[in-house]
Design a protein. Structure first.
Ligand code: ZN
Length: 141
């Protein structure tokens, strides 16, 4: 991973071919002690693990997309869960026939490049279990 741009609150990273995007972003946020952030990204990937959250069953239905796709959009954030930073992100992937597929991101292997913009927020985000949805939701004041 290369740091392309860095200021007090803004960072642009280039994730290198073969690297796993979530790991790279998390390790960067741990290193920089980024306690709350909003993230966007684009690029290309060749193995992505996604899921869809079934609200009724309260479980993630996982799917591995084992093919070359464009990462059309990644939107995510950084927050703490039980004292550890966690990235929550959703992605839209583009296939060679221009159809799209997307979901909640678990992992993504970059094939060509991953371009990630991180906006550090002056806060510490935390997630707590919400009994009604079964999800770890952002905690409000
Ligand atoms: Zn999600």
């Amino acid at each position: 991973m290369h740091v392309v741009y860095e200021s007090d609150s803004q960072f642009v990273l280039r994730i290198i071919r073969g690297e796993e995007l979530v790991e790279e972003v998390l390790s960067f946020c741990n290193e920089k002690r980024i306690d709350a952030a909003w993230i966007s990204g684009l690029g290309a990937c060749d193995k992505t693990e996604l899921s869809y959250y079934d609200l009724e069953k309260k479980e993630y239905l996982k799917k591995v997309i084992d093919e070359e796709c464009e990462l059309l959009n990644l939107t995510g954030n950084i927050a703490f869960v039980d004292g550890e930073r966690m990235m929550h992100a959703h992605v839209t992937l583009g296939r060679p026939d221009y159809s799209t597929i997307g979901g909640h991101l678990h992992s993504m292997q970059i094939s060509a490049t991953g371009e990630v913009h991180i906006t550090k927020l002056d806060a510490k985000f935390e997630r707590k279990l919400d009994e009604e949805t079964g999800l770890m939701l952002l905690k409000g004041e």
